[in-house]
Ligand binder design. Structure first.
Ligand code: GLN
Length: 453
């Protein structure tokens, strides 16, 4: 099969289903086809390069040179970046074909794609339901066969939750594993780019390609990138699994609980053992996350002032008004809510009571994970408390929407890696199993995920 055929297939599928799924914000069809043809003419470069010519979709908060990048915000409606994110440079070196840019919640704030300023992506399994978020477009595009691979970003669950809702595989790498250079920042101490794919093997290939130290991101880690593929042995004999009781307790749907217990049985059958443990501070994770992520967001989003990027208001007669009007017209409601929350938490007089306190709790949450990982190899639980909810179901109540990420958020606060792999269905909707690993031990996560798959 030629690269031209592969890319043809991708666009054919997109033209078939996109009016229902709505995963893409921008398609790059002409360039992708031209590039595919070039690759076919130079096919000799493909030796030992599994990703050569593979059609890939990119979340719209990852900057792509010359290709419209909006982060699903009106404030970046006409932003064409002049450089590529490091992950894009790495993909280009591997010669993947970028099919287009994928829908998301504005600036990655949300759990349903309903916060996009442009469109609501739909869950391919049931188009009345959300695909999850914020990387909803990335998960829906893979689930519906529009692309084979995609990149998402995960600050509090934004790769794993949509992967669970759409029945695909999504990994949030260890903080520092993948360069954030060129990722439009939401909360810099939590954000990570990661792969969304149909299989664990594909996922490992994609992570292999995008990982590694980058001098353009001072938080990228100087840690060896092992060969993730060599972890896919199918062997989990003797592996010790911890199951946090907080992850199967109140608020978790019964079918979700059952699907996790079934998955544990399968892993037991393969020679692993599991025990119940506790992550006692996880009950504070949601509050801690929304304080810290909103504080960081309020600082990161200060750069969108109508002077340097994208949208600028027509209704201003002086500079202060220009800032104010541009931001009131350019940002959506959820983004404004976070900026206000974060600005408040960081303001003098409240800083110690909120921001500083939240940082201390973050350390306790991190310590919970360290304690468990002293005795166990991985932590296993559900990815989400419920399957995909209906479009519109949670939009009126931000708190219920926020609670959807209760099982994924502690992982970002601790900086450890986590994956979601499909583990059954509830009323025809896919469910995800979350496997959490030690710092920089994505290998063991893949080993378990692959054995289970
Ligand atoms: N849903 C969470 C939020 O709204 C997580 C988003 C993310 O991981 N980018 O902040």
């Amino acid at each position: 099969i030629s690269i031209t055929d592969l890319v043809d297939e991708s666009y054919k599928r997109i033209h078939e289903v996109e009016n229902k799924v709505q995963a893409f914000l921008t398609l790059d069809e002409e360039n992708a086809r031209t590039y595919a043809k070039q690759l076919d003419d130079a096919i000799s470069n493909s030796e030992n390069n599994v990703l050569f010519g593979m059609p890939i979709g990119i979340k719209d908060n990852i900057v792509t040179k010359g290709l419209r990048t909006t982060a699903a915000s009106k404030i970046l409606e006409n932003f064409d970046p002049i450089y590529d994110a490091t992950v894009i440079q790495k993909l280009k070196a591997t010669q993947t074909v970028t099919i287009g840019k994928l829908n998301m919640d504005e600036f990655a704030m949300g759990s349903s794609n309903e916060n996009s300023s442009y469109k609501v992506t739909r869950n391919p399994w049931d188009t009345d339901r959300v695909p999850g978020g914020s990387s909803g477009g990335s998960a829906a595009a893979v689930a519906s066969g529009e692309v084979l691979f995609s990149l998402g970003s995960d600050t509090g669950g934004s790769i794993r939750q949509p992967a669970a809702f759409c029945g695909v595989v999504g990994l949030k790498p260890t903080y520092g594993r993948v360069s954030r250079f060129g990722l439009i920042a939401f909360a810099s101490s939590l954000d990570q780019i990661g792969p969304i794919t149909r299989t664990v093997e594909d996922n490992a290939y994609l992570l292999q390609t995008i990982s590694g130290l980058d001098e353009m991101d001072s938080t990228s880690a100087n840690v060896d990138v092992p060969n993730f593929l060599s972890s896919l042995t199918g062997d989990v004999k003797g592996l010790k699994i911890a199951v946090p009781k907080e992850y199967l307790g109140e608020g978790v749907n019964e079918e979700v609980r059952q699907s996790v217990l079934e998955a544990l049985k399968v892993l037991e059958g393969l020679g692993a053992t599991w025990e119940e443990v506790s992550l006692p501070h996880s009950k504070y994770a949601l509050a801690t996350y929304y304080l810290l992520s909103s504080s960081e967001a309020s600082a990161n989003l200060a750069r969108f002032d109508g002077v340097r990027y994208g949208y600028r208001t027509d209704n201003a007669s002086n500079l202060l008004e220009l800032y104010k009007q541009t931001r009131s017209e350019g940002f959506g409601d959820e983004v404004k809510r976070r900026i206000m929350l974060g600005t408040f938490a960081l303001s003098s007089g409240y800083y110690d009571a909120y921001y500083k306190k939240a940082q201390k709790v973050r350390t306790l949450i991190k310590k919970d994970f360290e304690d468990v990982f002293e005795k166990y190899d991985v932590i296993v639980g559900p990815t989400t408390p419920t399957p995909a909810f209906k479009i519109g179901e949670n939009t009126k109540d931000p708190m219920t929407m926020y609670a959807n990420d209760i099982l994924t958020i502690p992982v970002n606060l601790a900086g450890v890696p986590g994956i979601s792999v499909p583990c059954g269905f509830s009323e025809g909707l896919p469910l995800g199993l979350q496997i959490i690993g030690k710092h920089f031990d994505e290998g063991t996560i893949y080993r378990v995920a692959h054995a289970f798959e």
